[in-house]
Design a protein around this ligand. Structure first.
Ligand code: HEM
Length: 399
């Protein structure tokens, strides 16, 4: 159907990459116990109505399905908050994580990209994920937060434990299956919280010029963030700050390998790099699915959904909705506009989008400078993550 599925072994569960969606745009999945939303306008409707569609998905997941969940708090977990709490916290963290803070990182991102490519050359061949796409964003976010980037093996261990499982999210799993899943989540979560709480406490005693210090000191209406919320926000940044950008970098190179004529175009006109990044986010959407819950009975896409239901918005599918995008299975950076939902929409629009875009732009520009051709190795083909809700490469050896 597309060059990507023809060329690479795209997992079956990434159904939206295998062909146009047929069937209803909104449907109940009895096996999973939740509603799937595939369409672009329907997803847009959900993002726009935060009263009916809450980001607090935990409220509809029965406690019995989450044994041990009391042990970790999602207090102040920005992605799970609704108005008015969301607005206040978002303002507070935005005051610490400003566009200026991000823009100032450009020279450091460029220097790191060159260092990482040099190191890969010294070792022989480049495996894009291990050598660049993973370490670059992790080092950047660790330095920004002010935690030692040399601890990144730890961050990887936690992120892998939380994200790399190929388990499907389901409300119909047995209690025993659910307990195993929870255990796999709780342990790394606790370790990560304790680690960041230690660093945050240190910054309260002795602030430095880093984001953790700005977070502990930030104030809105005279209020500061309680410790638990500083830690939870640092967790979001540490996780969101690398997993997703790793996928973005790998996916963009994969697209330029699969569509060589687009690689020629961007080589000839580097000003089109931002458009390539946006089209990569549409074509291979890193966060392919995100959750919401209904607070009341509602109608979506002509279907009635009862109150207190879990919804999965399949952003990967919405980004290929032919009602919104002409030739959705063609990788075309020339789309203008390109209203993809890769960073979400509305009040929860990705707070890290400027950083992800900057890292993508700087790294791609340098890769194009340093490689005459960005090309995958046919004898050692790229491997995609099996995680059903994520689209990203696990390995990407370059020729
Ligand atoms: C929110 C995607 C990079 C921090 C989101 C959302 C999406 C997303 C889809 C909306 C979630 C929702 O509505 O429920 C991505 C992608 C990235 C990326 C595809 C890379 C290509 C980053 C980075 C950071 C970050 C680098 C931070 C350093 C956040 C935060 C939120 C968020 C804090 C929550 C915002 C809120 O709830 O108000 N991201 N993200 N993201 N992202 Fe990103």
């Amino acid at each position: 159907m597309s060059s990507i599925t023809e060329r690479y072994d795209v997992p079956e569960q990434h159904f939206w990459l295998h062909g146009p969606h047929s069937g209803p745009q909104v449907e109940f999945d009895a096996e999973m116990g939740m509603w799937n939303v595939y369409g672009h306008p329907e997803s847009h409707d959900v993002f726009s109505d935060t009263t009916t569609f809450s980001s607090d998905t935990m409220r509809v997941i029965p406690k019995s399905l989450m044994p041990g969940s009391d042990e970790f708090s999602l207090e102040g977990f920005l992605t799970q908050l609704d108005p008015p709490q969301h607005g206040k916290l978002r303002k507070l963290v935005t005051s610490a994580f400003t566009r200026r803070v991000v823009a100032d990182l450009e020279p450091r991102i460029a220097a790191l990209t060159n260092e990482l490519i040099d190191a890969a050359h010294d070792r022989g061949r480049m495996e894009l994920v291990t050598d660049l796409a993973y370490p670059l964003p992790v080092i950047v976010i660790a330095e920004l937060l002010g935690v030692p980037s040399s601890d990144r093996a730890l961050f990887k261990k936690w992120a892998d434990a939380l994200f790399k499982r190929d388990a499907k999210i389901s409300l119909t799993k047995s209690a025993a299956e659910q307990a195993v899943d929870m255990e796999a989540t709780l342990k790394p979560w606790k370790e990560m919280s304790d680690y960041l709480a230690g660093h945050a406490a240190e910054r309260r005693r002795q602030p430095r010029a880093d984001l953790l210090s700005r977070l502990v000191e930030a104030e809105v209406d005279g209020d500061r963030l309680p410790d638990g919320q500083v830690v939870n926000f640092a967790i979001i940044l540490l996780l969101a700050g690398h997993i997703t950008t790793t996928m973005l970098l790998g996916n963009t190179v994969l697209c330029l390998d699969a569509f060589p004529e687009q690689q020629d175009k961007v080589r000839a006109d580097r000003s089109s790099i931002p458009a390539v990044i946006e089209e990569s986010l549409r074509y291979l959407t890193p966060f392919a699915a995100i959750g919401r819950s209904t607070t009341r009975e509602t109608e979506l896409g002509g279907v009635t959904i009862p109150a207190d239901q879990l919804l999965m918005l399949w952003l990967g599918a919405a980004n290929r909705d032919p009602r919104e995008f002409a030739d959705p299975f063609t990788f075309d950076p020339g789309r203008d506009p390109n209203p993809h939902l890769g960073f979400g929409r509305g009040i929860h629009f990705c707070l890290g989008a400027p950083l992800a875009r900057l890292e993508g732009r700087v790294a791609l520009n340098i890769l194009l400078d340093r490689y005459d051709r960005l090309q995958t190795d046919p004898d050692d083909p790229a491997q995609l993550l099996p995680t059903p809700t994520m689209t990203g490469v696990l390995r990407l050896p370059l020729l």
